[in-house]
Design a protein around this ligand. Structure first.
Ligand code: PA5
Length: 469
């Protein structure tokens, strides 16, 4: 049986479609190939040297066993709550939206015996108090997966402390062991220390795998497995894509071509990269991609330490919804964007549109048609309109949305990010600019180590009434 695939389609960035000013000519493609092919080789060498550990995640059989064991251990729960942020949450949300039905949390039938899933990646008191109020009546049926590689991320730590206290007060101190799973560094960090002291079950964030590259590790796999997603097929799909993106030949390597096209356009004033999903199920992968692209590629310095301030701005959009919100700008605003459509060939299910009444013959064209045909026509129509305005468009088409194709997609985007970073000559795996804001928060929250910083912040944090209208 032929396995379901994703297809990377790039004709609609070529000169033959867009003309010389906005399209990529054969000569330019040849130059991109010459520039990128050595980088593929370099990336493959880095991988062998253990410098891109995320590349090996599809093959961690022991880890998968450990994840499945923990998933089996918490089978009794009715609610599974992920506490994490950034790379410790976005992949979990994306996997769930992609592979479980829209009404999963509300409909027992659609959940097929799996628990509801909630992912809390914020510290908004309005949102949390509503959730905690519901939770206090359901605590005994709930398992929490606190995910933090460092363990000192303020948002996750705050949620963790709140939940621990709630569990202790309602169910007793011993309940923590039953109700909390910690996913964190194997050796170090605040969460590792705390989890060990509390005797919690733990899973490891593999060494050398950064948050935004960790969805195929226990970070993303546990909630997926608990919610009935086939993680073996997810990893098999990633392994399949690994073969493609390891290929030395530029034109056979979708990650290389994707990265090179993005880099090419960035250097020609198209600094915004819009991922527009024509599938609700894939919409949160646009969010996941936004973090992957932004934190990995937005950098002040190149690898030699020279200031360059680069980074494409990733934007997420959802078709057809955003046709009625963004497409006016996309077509008539500045031609500064590269579009990547996410398309689905076979949705697996369909909805027949109802018949138009006699009084509205102008709606006859919709009568008894498949909803998938309408959505895909909207995608093709929007792409056509963008091309008419000379806007370059890529498409990643899913033959079907399933764990196997989702695994391919994740791996394609992660490797594209690595290659794009090499083209920009930057480090994809750090995020130094995030630190100052974190430290400022520590200071504003009264962490004594940051008292000096708190003083520095004061003039900025104080509201000056003369500027209030
Ligand atoms: O990609 C990253 O490294 C970040 O987005 C982290 O995932 C995020 O800051 C959360 O960090 P941690 O898992 O240490 O709590």
């Amino acid at each position: 049986m032929k396995e379901q695939q994703i297809k990377f389609y790039y004709k609609n960035v070529t000169e033959s479609v867009l003309g010389g000013e906005h399209g990529i000519s054969e000569k330019q493609f040849a130059a991109l190939a010459a520039k990128t092919e050595p980088l593929i080789e370099q990336l493959n060498a880095q991988r062998k040297a253990g410098k891109t550990r995320y590349r090996d995640l599809p093959y961690q059989t022991d880890t998968v066993k450990a994840v499945k064991a923990v998933a089996a251990q918490v089978k009794w729960c009715e609610n599974f709550v992920v506490l994490g942020i950034g790379g410790s949450a976005l992949g979990n949300i994306a996997l769930q939206t992609a592979m479980n039905p829209f009404m999963y949390n509300l409909d027992d039938k659609q959940r097929k015996g799996c628990p509801r899933l909630f992912v809390f990646d914020n510290v908004d008191p309005l949102q949390l108090s509503s959730f905690l109020s519901w939770l206090s009546d359901n605590l005994d049926k709930t398992v929490f997966n606190v995910i933090s590689k460092s363990g000192r991320t303020a948002e996750t730590a705050a949620q963790f402390l709140t939940i621990c206290q709630m569990l202790e007060e309602k169910l007793g101190k011993d309940s923590l062991k039953k109700h909390i799973i910690a996913t964190t560094d194997s050796q170090q960090g605040t969460l590792r220390k705390t989890a060990d002291a509390f005797g919690l079950t733990t899973l490891q964030v593999p060494d050398g795998v950064g948050g935004r590259f960790s969805v195929l590790s226990p970070v993303g796999l546990l909630s997926a497995a608990v919610c009935g997603i086939d993680i073996d097929r997810l990893l098999a799909g990633a392994a399949e894509m690994d073969k493609k993106v390891s290929q030395q030949t530029f034109y056979k390597n979708p990650a290389a071509v994707n990265a090179a096209i993005n880099w090419h356009y960035y250097n020609r004033g198209k600094k915004i990269s819009v991922m527009m999903s024509y599938s609700y199920a894939l919409k949160d992968f646009a969010d996941w991609y936004r973090q992957l692209w932004a934190e990995s590629l937005g950098k002040a310095k190149d690898l030699s330490g020279k200031e360059i301030f680069v980074g494409p701005t990733p934007v997420k959009a959802l078709g057809a919804t955003d046709q009625h919100s963004q497409v006016q700008l996309y077509r008539e605003g500045p031609n500064d964007k590269l579009f990547t459509f996410l398309a689905v060939e076979d949705f697996g299910v369909d909805v027949k549109i109802g018949a138009a009444p006699d009084i509205a013959p102008e709606l006859d064209y919709l009568s008894n048609q498949d909803m998938s045909r309408l959505l895909n026509s909207e995608r093709a129509g929007t792409e056509y309109a963008l091309l008419a305005s000379k806007r370059p468009c890529l498409t990643i088409a899913f033959e079907k949305i399933c764990p196997y194709t989702i695994g391919q997609f994740i791996y394609l985007l992660e490797t594209s990010t690595s290659i794009a970073a090499m083209l920009f000559d930057i480090n994809a795996y750090d995020q130094p600019a995030v630190e100052l804001g974190k430290e400022a928060t520590f200071a504003l929250m009264g962490q004594s180590d940051y008292a000096a910083l708190a003083e520095k912040i004061k003039p900025f944090a104080q509201i000056n009434d003369s500027f209030i209208i």
